[in-house]
Design a protein around this ligand. Structure first.
Ligand SMILES: [Zn+2]
Ligand SMILES: [Zn+2]
Length: 136
């Protein structure tokens, strides 16, 4: 699978050359902030399948926990494209909205952090729903 994408202004571009390993929707409060409120839809990839083809992202990780994911975003337009977690060092996740062809997502297989969902959030049917993360 080959996919491309980038931020809003085009200063940051990326390419994906490898299979999608996970199709997720995260409803945690951080993803609500990042996404605009509806939760964050993302694809999970092996880290080696992803590379920036233009620009270098800024990175931000919360300082109040030692294992917070690092969020990668464009320094010009502020759009967040990817995250890497110390809990999953071999992989990363990419926001579906940053893809040139978001239809490649095909919808989530798993929902994370359902315990932080808002009353107006709709849960997809026939998917695995975790109150927090798998194993927690
Ligand atoms: Zn940008
Ligand atoms: Zn989240």
């Amino acid at each position: 699978m080959t996919l491309t994408g980038g931020c809003l202004c085009g200063a940051l571009r990326f390419g994906i050359d490898g299979p999608i390993r996970m199709r997720g929707l995260c409803l945690c409060r951080t993803c609500q902030k990042v996404s605009g409120g509806a939760g964050n839809m993302f694809i999970g990839l092996e880290a080696g399948a992803f590379r920036y083809t233009r620009g270098e992202p800024r990175r931000f990780a919360r300082a109040d926990t030692s294992d917070a994911p690092a969020r990668e975003f464009c320094a010009e337009c502020g759009v967040h494209v990817a995250s890497r977690s110390p809990k999953a060092p071999g992989g990363l996740i990419v926001k579906v909205g940053a893809l040139d062809d978001p239809a490649a997502f095909e919808g989530p297989d798993m929902v994370f952090w359902a315990q932080e969902k808002q009353p107006f959030h709709l849960l997809p049917e026939d998917v695995t729903i975790f109150e927090r993360l798998p194993g927690q």
